[in-house]
Design a protein around this ligand. Structure first.
Ligand SMILES: NC(=O)c1ccc[n+]([C@@H]2O[C@H](COP(=O)([O-])OP(=O)(O)OC[C@H]3O[C@@H](n4cnc5c(N)ncnc54)[C@H](OP(=O)(O)O)[C@@H]3O)[C@@H](O)[C@H]2O)c1
Length: 429
């Protein structure tokens, strides 16, 4: 049929398997809605003998992934195998052969996006990656197309469901980090090795993509400042709550006076902020701009069904482009632009200190901040004597100066320990 597009999949796991099942079972419904006849022609897996919850004609599954790319009956390639290798070579080969590519692979795009985007541009074919950030939430297309004319100021996202689940449990049930992590593992929200999630690495790849698309300047994975949630304690969450804040792991991409900055770290957010109410494994992305004011996209950030839904949307889009036969202009152009050094970016800090509550201690602490040109917004004390805890929230100052102030505090006689440092995002200075 003239509206037939042969699909080749690299991977048939959680996302790929769901996509195949939908392409097969909903073939008629998808055809009725889009006018497309999408046919699964070749599928690469590691183990063709593994039981699958989809049925394909014999011979479609292969262990040789390059065969999917080179098969002449495959007109469009979907990469859902994950990782950089061999995914990069396979995607590049598909693009070089003039085949549109859809991928859900944030790591691949964040680490090697420019090379792949350049290959797609050379060949005039689409390279779409809606599912790479926010799973089932439409965010890549809104950022790169719908909001293409907006001078975006800032994007803040809860882009990792595992860490948001853990922080929600800690906040709502007073659990310690380890207990909440164990529960996340039992419920399948966290991997047996949770490092990529809890260290912020997964969110950093998404922050790099969000920053690149929002500001049109490519931000590499190694240019994203990153801290995970491993050090956040139930006490931090309790103190934050007393002051009207919740703690979230945020991916922040912003345009500063010194250039674009992308960062991932725990943040104290005012309880009334739209992102503060995002609970459990839900993801959300909040965008600020002069014309749109604020936008919030929220929904399931992972899982086979939501992610395959985003991939399927891209497949339909790419299949239409392929059938139209036109040379596809890139959805977004990247220009060289300044990237800010995080040390120069203005941040507000909340510093929790264990101190000896003796006369003059507050004056010494205020002086330590003052020497670094950091002014204090509020001080909150709990306990007395050698068990006194102070929570100090600063006004905005360069991140580097905040760090110097914290180092000075560590050396003050009455300061027994700087127990935690968490950045604060609040509208006031
Ligand atoms: N899962 C989610 O909720 C989610 C959400 C957003 C984005 N993503 C992204 O989507 C991608 C896929 O994730 P997933 O959860 O579906 O992964 P997955 O369940 O581990 O599936 C990976 C698939 O790729 C196949 N594969 C891996 N290496 C291969 C190789 N060298 N040659 C041939 N086949 C190979 C595997 O074969 P076998 O089946 O034989 O093992 C499996 O079918 C990743 O980039 C991930 O970051 C996932």
């Amino acid at each position: 049929m003239e509206n037939t597009v042969g699909i080749g999949l690299l991977g048939a796991g959680t996302v790929g398997g769901t996509l195949i099942r939908r392409l097969v079972e909903e073939h008629e419904a998808i055809g009725a809605k889009t006018g497309l006849d999408l046919q699964v022609r070749r599928v690469a897996v590691r183990d063709p003998d593994k039981p699958r919850d989809f049925t394909l004609p014999p011979g479609v599954l292969t262990e040789d992934a390059m065969k999917v790319v080179t098969d002449p009956s495959v007109g469009l390639v979907v990469e859902v195998m994950g990782g950089q290798d061999p995914a990069f070579d396979l995607v590049l080969a598909a693009l070089d052969a003039g085949k549109p590519v859809v991928t859900a692979n944030k790591e691949l795009i964040a680490a090697r996006g420019p090379d792949l985007i350049a290959a797609a541009e050379r060949q005039g074919v689409p390279l779409l990656f809606e599912a790479a950030v926010g799973g089932g939430i439409p965010i890549i297309r809104p950022l790169s197309e719908t909001l293409a004319g907006e001078q975006i100021a800032r994007v803040m996202g809860i882009v990792n469901g595992t860490t948001n689940f853990i922080l929600t449990r800690m906040s709502e049930d007073g659990q310690e980090y380890e207990t909440a992590l164990e529960e996340a593992q039992v419920l399948g929200y966290a991997e047996p090795d949770p490092t990529a999630d809890v260290s912020g690495a997964d969110a950093a790849a998404k922050a790099a993509i969000l920053a690149s698309l929002a500001f049109g300047t490519w931000v590499g994975l190694d240019q994203v400042y990153r801290e995970g949630i491993e050090k956040v304690s139930a006490l931090d969450i309790q103190f934050a709550a007393e002051l009207g804040y919740v703690i979230k792991l945020l991916a922040v991409a912003e345009r500063t006076g010194r250039g674009v900055c992308a960062r991932v770290h725990p943040v104290m957010l005012p309880a009334e902020h739209p992102l503060a109410s995002i609970r459990g494994a839900t993801n959300a992305i909040y965008i600020e701009g002069p014309s749109i004011d604020e936008l919030l996209f929220a929904g399931p950030g992972a899982g086979g069904e939501p992610t395959a839904s985003a991939v399927l949307g891209d497949v339909i889009d790419a299949a239409r482009e392929l059938l139209a036969g036109a040379v596809v202009a890139p959805r977004i152009r990247f220009a060289a632009g300044a990237l800010a050094d995080f040390g120069d970016v203005t941040t507000k800090w909340s510093v929790r200190l264990l101190v000896d509550d003796e006369p003059g201690v507050l004056a010494q602490i205020a002086a330590a901040f003052g020497e670094s040109d950091v002014s204090i917004k509020s001080v909150w004390q709990e306990g007395q004597g050698s068990e006194a805890t102070l929570l100090i929230v600063t006004h905005g100052a360069a991140e580097g100066r905040q760090r110097v102030a914290a180092d000075t505090l560590r050396h003050l006689e009455p300061v027994r320990e700087v127990e935690s440092v968490i950045r604060v995002e609040s509208p006031e200075a």
